[in-house]
Write a protein that binds this ligand. Structure first.
Ligand code: GLA
Length: 346
């Protein structure tokens, strides 16, 4: 059978963290780091997957549960492709990627969505990008046991270079937001990796579930901040998680407005406040990332924050393009374990 190829980018989330499973807004943008999959359908149920450059090869089948192996997302994606009628059996897969894994840049979503897109080509199907994103989330939630939201899958399935996607995760409506040409959203890896499957992401999800019960509303991002403070009988950790979600959702709306009118100082302040909220209220930052963010701002970024699920990974900083080189050199000199990954601008 014929080999088909699909490429999808990594993404950076500019603002709106941990809002995507709480009924709120997110503002991710596609990067130039990307993942490519060559897929050749098979008649049997075998999956032969080769990840060029790092993990080697694995031979699996479509049957059975996830095994905590690096090839699990590929197997899960193929199982979903079969359920959607895009494939009849397994596949031979060759994966090439420049998206660093465990960095908060959606390498897992990119792999799953790329396989589903390749399967769509192979079947000459008209299934929409949003439906593929929903299928990719099912792979994470149901097959891999990662209780993530829908941001990463949509961000890599409907990417628009140079534009952010203002996505309402409750309705899946989205609008494209042009990024300024004179500023770069620079992505720096902290040197500390993390995994969504390590339990801490799930813990935050459970705390948000507790907030739903405590405040009597499913979309906790839409709670009135005053109501969050007014309810007396609430566990303080649960109150803090709800405070982050509600305030972060509002910051996404304000950031979108700031981008629309080109108010970069306002955008920068929102990014800085978002970081403080992730550090203090949602508690998903770590001290080396706090230091990296603080220095990014001290050295001249308009704003900076931890991006992605947290507990490690990358920061994103908004930097004027004419100061970018000097800023980057100074930041990496102060943080030798950090490294430049990518950037996006309009
Ligand atoms: C990870 C998850 C997303 C989202 C972010 C935090 O990237 O996959 O669904 O929850 O963390 O904003």
């Amino acid at each position: 059978m014929e080999t088909v190829t699909a490429t999808v980018p990594g993404r950076v989330n500019l603002i709106g963290e941990h809002t995507d499973y709480n009924g709120g807004m997110v503002l991710p943008a596609a990067l130039s780091v990307a993942l490519t999959v060559d897929l050749r359908p098979r008649e049997d149920r075998k999956v032969i997957v080769t990840a060029e450059g790092f993990s080697g090869s694995a031979e699996r089948t479509l049957d059975g549960l996830a095994t905590e192996h690096w090839s699990d997302p590929a197997v899960g994606a193929l199982r979903e492709a079969v359920k959607l009628g895009l494939l009849k059996g397994g596949a031979d897969l060759l994966i090439r990627s420049t998206i660093p894994a465990g960095s908060g840049l959606s390498s897992s979503a990119a792999l799953i969505v790329a396989i589903l897109k390749a399967a769509r080509i192979s079947a000459a199907s008209g299934i929409s990008d949003i439906d593929l994103a929903l299928a990719a989330r099912r792979v994470e939630n149901e097959y891999l046991g990662v209780p993530c939201g829908i941001m990463d899958q949509v961000a890599v399935a409907v990417p628009q270079p140079g534009q952010a996607i203002a996505l309402d995760t409750a309705t899946l409506d989205y609008a494209l937001v042009p990024l300024p040409a004179s500023y770069a959203m620079v992505v720096i890896h902290s040197g500390h990796s993390r995994k969504l499957s390590d339990g801490r992401y799930k813990e935050r999800k459970e705390e948000c579930d507790a907030a739903r019960i405590a405040f009597g509303r499913d979309d906790i991002c839409l709670l009135d901040p005053a109501d969050i403070e007014a309810v007396a009988e609430v566990d303080e950790t649960v109150r803090k998680r709800a405070r982050h979600c509600a305030s972060e959702h509002r910051r996404v709306l304000a950031a979108r407005e700031a981008l629309a009118i080109g108010d970069i100082p306002a955008l920068g302040t929102l990014m800085n406040v978002s970081h403080a909220s992730m550090r203090d209220d949602f508690e998903v930052s770590i001290p080396p990332i706090d230091a990296l963010v603080a220095d990014a701002v001290e050295l001249g970024a308009a704003g900076a924050r931890l991006t992605g699920g947290g507990f490690g990974g990358c920061i994103v900083a908004c930097v004027a393009r004419d100061r970018r080189n000097a800023w980057l050199a100074a930041l990496l000199e102060r943080h030798p374990q950090a490294r430049y990954i990518d950037e996006v601008s309009g």
